[in-house]
Design a binder for this molecule. Structure first.
Ligand SMILES: [Zn+2]
Length: 88
């Protein structure tokens, strides 16, 4: 009778261990997914920065004003700087 009780306890312990191990594995999977997301940052962080040749400030390319000046594309922080550059 005692051995059966011990066997049942071992079985329960084994099942409990397996459950917690698989739970951990799922957690690790989720964490590695989160890591992968961090490794590939959102567009805002990886976005190319461009130099405004007028006020010498860096702006993200999506919020810059671009203009092709004598065959070259220049990027500006706003229309004021663009106009200044073109009228120079
Ligand atoms: Zn500017």
């Amino acid at each position: 009778m005692k051995t059966i009780l011990i066997l049942i306890l071992i079985y329960i312990g084994y099942r409990y261990l397996r459950k917690s191990i698989s739970f951990k594995a799922v957690n690790i999977k989720a964490e590695s997914k989160a890591d992968a997301r961090q490794a590939a940052p959102p567009d805002a962080d990886s976005e190319e920065m461009v130099l405004d040749p007028v006020c010498k400030s860096y702006i993200p390319i999506s919020s810059s004003v671009s203009s092709s000046v004598s065959g070259r594309v220049e990027y500006f922080c706003g229309p004021e700087c663009r106009d200044k550059f073109i009228s120079r």
